[in-house]
Design a protein around this ligand. Structure first.
Ligand code: COA
Length: 280
């Protein structure tokens, strides 16, 4: 018998080199998402969101899983035993932190170190970038236990994969392993397990060299324009840039122009401006 893990212990995190390394922390349950974990995750990511020492958030899993999806016992069976009110309550707790991550102030990276099933596709999609180990396995296992891929998982599959691949993935309940998941579009890259953290660290450090306000404006733009007509997107991007001009206290774009045009110290086509020389 394993003892019940306290709510505060269902998520672990540490901050290193400007990066918040957040972990699903129920390895004994393959990091499946219980109501406790969902509540704690929202608390943790809320606390980290506006910290000055956090520029990028990485979400990974302790042990052999990234996340085995929703907890069939605590999220499904026990919530259903409480009737509709219990079900809706548990859904809202889960969806709340996935939504918070989708529009998070900092760039987010899913570092998928193992199993990723069903409800796990919610946070997978919520993260802006995703990297996995070659031995990670991704599956819409819902069909294997008699439900449809809910909690946004069907939407995630169709957002990230072409229709035929998404349909096969959802209907057959077969897993995609790392390289195949990358080829299908579920993650940016798959790398050998022993290189995963180093690769994610490298990407995070490269992101940290950029203007963080511009990163936030850019990640929101990529998510928003996908659902817009061309004209609406064009207009949104004008408003987005003008809002960025207002919010970017460092006047980053002016510094970027100056370093390229006047000081000739860098080329935007080959890398970023030195933001340490910018104001604010
Ligand atoms: N919900 C509830 N419990 C889960 C779980 C989930 N989604 N995933 C794993 N667990 C529990 C197991 O019941 C087991 O608990 P126990 O030790 O009390 O018996 C423990 O976690 C370890 O799981 P186990 O199946 O022994 O690990 P494994 O490494 O052999 O297999 C998986 C890993 C992920 C393949 C397997 O656990 C699994 O199929 N999980 C369900 C995945 C799923 O369908 N998720 C979608 C939900 S929407």
């Amino acid at each position: 018998m394993t003892t019940e893990r306290a709510e505060r212990d269902t998520v672990a995190f540490e901050i290193r080199d400007g990066v918040a390394w957040v972990k699903f922390n129920r390895p004994e349950k393959r990091n499946c998402m219980s109501p406790k974990l969902n509540r704690q995750m929202l608390r943790v990511i809320e606390d980290l969101e506006f910290r000055d020492d956090v520029g990028v958030l990485v979400l990974s899993g302790e042990g052999t899983a990234w996340s085995a999806g929703m907890d069939l016992k605590e999220y499904f069976r026990e919530s259903e035993a409480q009737g509709l009110r219990g079900v809706r309550h548990s859904q809202r707790e889960a969806y709340a932190w996935w939504e918070r991550l989708r529009w998070y102030q900092k760039v987010t990276i899913a570092m998928v170190n193992g199993w990723c099933f069903g409800g796990g596709y919610g946070p997978l999609f919520a993260c802006d970038l995703a990297f996995c180990s070659d031995d990670a396995q991704f599956g819409l296992s819902e069909i294997n236990w008699g439900i449809l891929p809910g909690g946004g998982a069907t939407k995630v599959a169709t957002e990230l994969m072409p229709m035929r691949k998404a349909m096969y993935h959802a209907l057959l309940g077969e897993n995609l392993v790392g390289q195949d998941a990358a080829a299908a579009g579920l993650v940016n890259e798959s790398v050998p397990a022993d290189m995963l953290e180093a690769r994610v660290h490298e990407v995070a450090q490269n992101l940290l060299k950029k203007n963080l306000r511009a990163l936030k404006a850019t990640k929101d733009a990529v998510r928003r324009v996908r659902e817009m007509t061309y004209d609406n997107a064009e207009d949104y991007l004008i408003r987005g840039q003008e809002a960025l001009n207002w919010h970017d206290g460092s006047e980053g774009r002016l510094e970027g122009m100056k370093q390229f045009l006047d000081e000739k110290t860098y080329k935007p086509g080959l890398g970023e401006y030195d933001k340490s020389k910018a104001a604010g």
